[in-house]
Design a protein around this ligand. Structure first.
Ligand code: PLP
Length: 371
């Protein structure tokens, strides 16, 4: 559910006269909606024990990160060392890399950034801790470590409280590392449709984290960070009594998938595409396909039209569009991605619009440089 104002602003941005010479597909952001989203999430965390530490993987844009910091974020969460580099370049001083890094080149990059910013990173094996310590030592840096604890996603993370305690012991013993605490990411629960069921499942998934934190403290560890959370779980994760840093990302620009899960945030991002084919009795075809619009999660939505998504190919998406409003060949339309994060990383900049007029360009400056 989005407000009419947002729908109008995105549709207007797609047809903005200042953007008429930009070839489709490209990304527009409704700055008003984005700013309201940033403020809404920041307001939830004001006065709470847990801090908001927004995940920049979502927008990969240091200018938006700065906006989030100005709204009260405690620091930022990154997924890659390139994101850490871009945020440190932008002068942001407190960065969590919520990921396990074992590539030597990336470890060097991370350790060198730890000389100019407070950097904390996840680790989930003896080898990952040893490699991190080696990199930090050779860069003469101090790196913070959170032990990544698997609470059901089965991606990174140690499997048991015992294993987590052993790894914490190792971190404490290794040179150039500081033990900070625990990371537990509930990625397997972020798309549970029913909000109450989602909150209940989140509370249950985090029970072993409470046990781990208690055990760590009983063993003399100073647990300064306990981190996890996402845009669709910020309320339940943000109210856990032991949580310190919530890694919500997608609330800023949103997408068609998250719009169903957390409708209190507005859709602020669209891919502007041009209609190539609109034949009676056939789906409408637009010129934005999987090379510019991610389709790994959810399906794209043709904004402002009564329609269903039919298919995606490399340079096209097809939608069944119902009367009364049908798009015409050559018309520019706004397509809301099913998944914004990977969509953004397929572009170089965001065209920031207000009330349908171009206001400024936002560089997507934390993208990975291609090898
Ligand atoms: C480690 C980690 N933390 C947090 C998030 C939440 O991000 P979002 O709010 O965009 O779903 C993700 C998403 O993939 C993640 O991988």
């Amino acid at each position: 559910v989005t407000s009419d104002i947002t729908v109008d602003a995105l549709t207007a941005a797609a047809g903005s006269p200042e953007l008429a010479d930009i070839a489709t597909p490209f990304l527009v952001v409704d700055l008003d909606a984005m700013e309201r989203n940033v403020e809404r999430m920041a307001a939830f965390f004001r006065g709470r024990r847990a801090n908001l530490r927004p995940h920049v993987k979502h927008h990969k844009c240091s200018e938006i990160a700065r906006l989030q910091m100005n709204a009260g974020a405690a620091g930022l969460t990154c997924a890659t060392t390139d994101e850490v580099r871009a945020m440190a370049d932008a002068g942001i001083g407190d960065l969590l890399l919520a990921n396990v890094v074992t590539d030597r080149r990336r470890l060097r990059s991370l350790a060198s950034d730890a000389r100019r910013a407070t950097v904390t990173v996840a680790a989930d094996s003896v080898k990952s801790v040893q490699m991190l310590s080696e990199a930090a030592r050779s860069e003469q840096a101090e790196v913070g470590v959170v032990v990544d604890f698997d609470i059901g996603l089965h991606r990174n993370g140690v499997a048991t409280v015992e294993e987590a305690l052993q790894l914490a012991d190792l971190v404490r013993a290794m040179p150039a590392l500081t033990f900070e605490g625990v990371m537990a990411y509930e990625g397997h629960l972020v798309a549970v449709e029913d909000r109450e069921a989602r909150a209940t499942a989140v509370a249950a998934a985090f029970e072993p984290v409470a046990t781990l934190v208690r055990e760590l403290e009983a063993n003399g560890f100073d647990v300064t960070m306990v981190t996890g959370g996402a845009a669709s779980t910020y309320e339940s994760v943000g109210q856990l009594p032991f949580m310190t840093d919530v890694q919500a990302g997608s609330y800023v620009l949103m997408d068609a998938s998250y719009a169903r899960l957390v409708p209190e945030f507005e859709i602020a991002l669209a891919v502007v595409a041009t209609v190539t084919t609109a034949r009676a009795g056939r789906p409408v075809v637009v010129d934005a396909g999987s090379k510019r619009l991610a389709t790994d999660w959810g399906t794209p939505v043709l904004h402002g039209f009564e329609s269903e998504h039919v298919a995606t190919s490399e340079e096209h998406n097809r939608f069944w569009v119902h009367e009364p409003r049908l798009p015409a060949v050559g018309e520019r339309v706004a397509v809301v991605p099913g998944h914004s994060c990977p969509t953004v990383s397929m572009h170089r900049r965001l065209f920031g619009c207000r009330e349908g007029r171009l206001e400024r360009l936002l560089d997507i400056d934390a993208r990975d440089p291609l090898a």
